[in-house]
Design a binder for this molecule. Structure first.
Ligand code: HEM
Length: 512
């Protein structure tokens, strides 16, 4: 082992007492190299790494030309490249207490600058916005915080999600008329129910089901029916497979290389485009059949803007793909969570049953209408409470297009803005005893801005009413005809990419 010798005087042949004492003192200064590293260099390196991102991004802001005194929100941007990802994963994956990620920041930095913290997450410098006021401000300020769908290549550049400005407004109008308006909901409610009824009957026959797997299948079969009038079979199976691949790729790094999730997702997209295009060609040849089908694809193919122009074929296909991507998983997760919370809340289920049995369609499998749904007051509260607690979209992403000042704090240009909506949904300041599944809390409306499950502003969810109606109808058929129990009531919850119990909500399921 090598030692570092720190300037020792040369040894004299004969030494006085004083010289010997001095020599002994000097030998104490013989320090092994690793001690110098551990106590000297290493802490400096760790400190630099720890503050690297804060220094890097903080100093780049100092050099900009502005007279404003605004400063960055408090926070910590973490290690080079990784930022705060380890802390994020610690709370979301290891501790499984995702809200403590923000709680830990609140303890350290107080309530933040204007309800914001600075961070570095998912590869970008970012501002976490967690208070309802700042979330609302960002969602309402499209011109400052434009929306960009991550990996637009996958949903398609002509999809509604990728569209901007006037075209986006126009496409939203088209799609909303097809899926979210009362007349569309009437039609969808009747089309979607037979499959729900049949699925629940089969579940009871099986006796044990994994709710997430089965509601996913059910949701997709209904999407096939509502979107392109497709019955279950090999083509629909290929589509499910491809959409699952597409969704995985949408969450992955965009590295287009064989073997990566992104590469695979692009292959899936190609197959989906081919399926939708084939269907579109078939329909162009038999236009007269569209009256009998009356599905989303026909609706989109026939719609015209103010100047009488129809959507291009590419727009129809990309919008269809975009809608499935946006709605498939969230809808299935919402149904799964309803099953979970109702199994854990027998009193709620009892009250729900009483309302649903009284309101019509009280026999197993009897269909109800979307007008019936609007009369089911308690059921609608169960829907809201399920959506609040499920926190399916934990956060919403935006980008800062220019530097913005909010309550004396800067949201820098080019940074991501992470709207941490799940935090407010679980904050006792806005929802008393937030971890308790209590539909009665919806006897009065939520405090302004505190309930953002469907986002807000010009990009708010286009399937919000569709999701609510479908969920209410699903709950109706469950409550009227069946009883069920969780097989693993204490199953741990995974929070990434979406919250769900690790066993996918395994239940025993019987007829009432
Ligand atoms: C419980 C189920 C659902 C939840 C929790 C949910 C949540 C959300 C959220 C939070 C946003 C805003 C994203 C943002 O601002 O960045 C959004 C947007 C959107 N959602 Fe949903 N969603 C659900 C179901 C659906 C369904 C069933 C559909 C389709 C039929 C759908 C279609 C869309 C579309 C198209 C957008 C983008 C709107 C635009 O860019 O203008 N969603 N959704």
């Amino acid at each position: 082992m090598h030692n570092i010798y720190i300037s020792i005087p040369h040894v004299l042949l004969s030494k006085t007492h004083f010289e010997r004492e001095r020599e002994e003192d000097m030998t104490l200064l013989l320090v092994p190299w690793w001690v110098t590293w551990v106590w000297g260099v290493l802490p400096i390196m760790v400190a630099i790494a720890w503050w690297w991102n804060d220094l890097r991004y903080g100093t780049s802001l100092v050099s900009r030309s502005t007279t404003s005194n605004a400063k960055l929100p408090p926070g910590h941007m973490g290690l080079p490249f990784f930022g705060e990802i380890f802390s994020f994963l610690w709370y979301f994956k290891i501790l499984r207490r995702p809200d403590d990620f923000i709680n830990s920041k609140r303890r350290r930095y107080g309530d933040g600058g204007g309800g914001m913290y600075r961070t570095h997450l998912f590869g970008y410098p970012a501002i976490i916005a967690w208070s309802p006021a700042v979330i609302k401000f960002v969602l309402q300020s499209d011109h400052l915080f434009p929306y960009s769908w991550p990996n637009s290549e996958l949903v398609g550049y002509k999809s509604l999600s990728a569209a901007q400005g006037e075209r986006h407004i126009q496409l939203r109008r088209f799609v909303s008329a097809q899926v979210n308006q009362p007349s569309a909901l009437q039609r969808i409610a009747l089309l979607a129910q037979p499959r729900m009824v049949e699925s629940l009957r089969l579940w009871a026959q099986k006796g044990t089901v994994t709710a997430f797997d089965d509601v996913r299948r059910l949701t997709f079969e209904n999407i096939g029916k509502l979107f392109i009038s497709m019955e279950p079979g090999p083509v629909l199976d290929t589509m499910v497979h491809c959409f699952v691949g597409l969704l995985k790729g949408a969450r992955a790094q965009p590295i287009n290389f064989p073997g990566t999730a992104y590469y695979y997702a692009l292959q899936c997209r190609k197959k989906l485009v081919a399926i939708f295009r084939k269907e579109l060609e078939k329909r162009k040849e038999n236009e007269s059949e569209s009256q009998t089908r009356n599905d989303l694809m026909d609706g989109l193919m026939q719609m015209k803007d103010e100047d009488g122009n129809k959507l291009s074929e590419e727009e129809v296909v990309d919008t269809m793909i975009g809608l499935v991507v946006a709605g498939y998983e969230p809808n299935a997760l919402a149904s799964m969570w309803a099953i979970y919370y109702l199994a854990k809340s027998p009193m709620v289920l009892q009250k729900l049953r009483e309302e649903n049995m009284a309101i019509g369609g009280n026999k197993i499998g009897e269909l109800i209408t979307s007008n019936d749904v609007s009369k089911m007051k308690y059921t609608n509260k169960v829907v809201e409470e399920t959506l609040r607690m499920a926190n399916i979209a934990a956060f919403i992403f935006r980008s800062g297009d220019e530097e913005v000042e909010y309550q004396g704090y800067i949201i820098p240009k080019g940074w991501k803005v992470l709207l941490w909506t799940r935090y407010t949904h679980n904050d006792s300041k806005y929802f008393e005893d937030p971890m308790c599944f209590n539909p009665d809390r919806w006897n009065k409306p939520a405090k302004p801005g505190s309930f953002q499950v469907f986002g807000g502003g010009s990009r708010s969810c286009l399937g919000n009413m569709l999701s609510r109606t479908q969920l209410a109808i699903f709950i109706h058929h469950l409550a009227v005809g069946y009883k069920w129990e969780l097989i693993n009531p204490d199953a741990k919850i995974d929070y990434l990419p979406h919250p769900r119990p690790v066993d996918g909500v395994k239940i025993s399921f019987r007829k009432l």
